[in-house]
Design a protein around this ligand. Sequence first.
Ligand SMILES: NC(=O)c1ccc[n+]([C@@H]2O[C@H](COP(=O)([O-])OP(=O)(O)OC[C@H]3O[C@@H](n4cnc5c(N)ncnc54)[C@H](O)[C@@H]3O)[C@@H](O)[C@H]2O)c1
Ligand SMILES: O=C(O)[C@H](O)[C@@H](O)[C@H](O)[C@H](O)CO
Length: 242
Amino acid sequence: MENWLGLANRRVLIAGAGGIGQACATAFAQAGARVVLADINETRLQNHENTLRADFSTAEGCEDAVEQAVGQLKGIDVLVHAVGINHRVNILDTTDENWQRTLDINLSSAFRLGKAAGKHMVSAGWGRQIYCSSVSGLLAHPDHGPYAASKGGINQLMRVMAREWAKDGVTVNAIAPGYTETDLTKAHLDKPGVREHYTSLVPAGRLGTVEDLTGPVLFLASEQASFVTGHVLYADGGRTLV
Ligand SMILES: NC(=O)c1ccc[n+]([C@@H]2O[C@H](COP(=O)([O-])OP(=O)(O)OC[C@H]3O[C@@H](n4cnc5c(N)ncnc54)[C@H](O)[C@@H]3O)[C@@H](O)[C@H]2O)c1
Ligand SMILES: O=C(O)[C@H](O)[C@@H](O)[C@H](O)[C@H](O)CO
């Protein structure tokens, strides 16, 4: 069953080299794809072969990253958007600066990277874009104002991209992880009682791991998913069922 996902030699840009982005980079490489992994934090890139340093908080940073990846890979077939921050502050204490920064990094980067990569994919007549949404795009977690707004925004942006590019062979989807232990969540989960509380909300009886997310991402990037577009695929152990 070599290359059963049809990902061999696919050219993949993964934007965001945190827990989820790095796990995806490894999984795509195992499926035979050629991966460029990009992040602002160079220490996140250390264990990976093809990398680039990029700041996704600006339009230029996003556009440059796509063009550099296209230069390295001689094209781009798959974009995985795995960048995000969360300030965890209630609405009344959220500063305008925090609001803006969260929206820039989590949502505007999706528009900017998606548009820049979409241009190449539409003209090639084939492409896959996969965005990291969150259960927070649906559920109203306290202290998640800008974060939740960014994830709800990703869901709708993704649907419009999916519709506009469907005739061009480009599919656009999102995964929505539940609480998954990475640097984004670790400090919060380590507070007394928090891990137990969130675990108790998951019908599967445990929090997610980054490996729980690579299968859904690879599926959405695969040949098998060529008629699947505009979906938010919840990978949350049933969290959003209750
Ligand atoms: N971990 C979870 O529980 C969880 C749940 C739902 C959704 N998500 C989403 O999945 C995605 C990946 O999250 P993660 O858990 O891997 O988090 P993470 O913190 O491990 O990784 C995020 C990465 O984004 C990078 N980054 C931040 N600002 C940047 C910038 N301006 N330019 C370039 N890179 C920048 C960070 O350096 C980091 O490597 C995010 O969109 C997050 O919202 C995570
Ligand atoms: O900083 C965080 O804790 C994360 O961003 C989480 O909130 C997840 O995104 C998810 O929504 C959890 O259910």
